[in-house]
Design a protein around this ligand. Sequence first.
Ligand code: URA
Length: 205
Amino acid sequence: MSFAEDASAISNVCDCCDLDRSSINVVVSRGNPTARLMLIGEAPGATEDSMGEPFVGRSGKLLDQLLNNVGINTSKDIFFCNALKCRPPKNRRPLRKELLSALPWLSQQIKLVDPWVIILAGSTSVEAVLGKQKDSISNLRGKWQSLDGRKVMPIFHPSYLLRNPSRVDNSPRSLTLGDLLKVRNKIKERQKGYPFHSCDLERNS
Ligand code: URA
């Protein structure tokens, strides 16, 4: 199955739960499907639901900024998607049965994009991809995990960073920049000459 056929199947064929009845769009992906880096979030929010693309609202803008800060070009170097493709009503947390029923679509996306490194943004995407964990996201973030030979990096969800905007050392935001830098370095290590741009870590203020 090609990437385009998969995207069309997710949009037109998926009937894995009831969420499509209460949402506007099925939100499949954004970014480069041939990138070596994939980021998986939780589920579309209101802006993503109305625009039909993941991470285009406030948390997506912050995420793009942090990725750019470590030299990751968000149009070329990364593919974005979510564990759930439809917005849960009133942005409620996805149910376990919804995550499980959407998992085959996510697994298919991972197979087709075939990334070297996967970023999991927030505890829900960690649960969807790696299963329920004993550790909290505060303990898991920044520590490499693996999935079928791929390197996996859990990070704080950007909406958590919006609620905790401090930039001082050890703030969630500065820890996340460090985690994203590890990701960037891991890919650089694997392929010298991968077209990342200059690495200019955001200055703490
Ligand atoms: N939060 C997510 O997890 N995904 C989005 O696409 C937007 C907000």
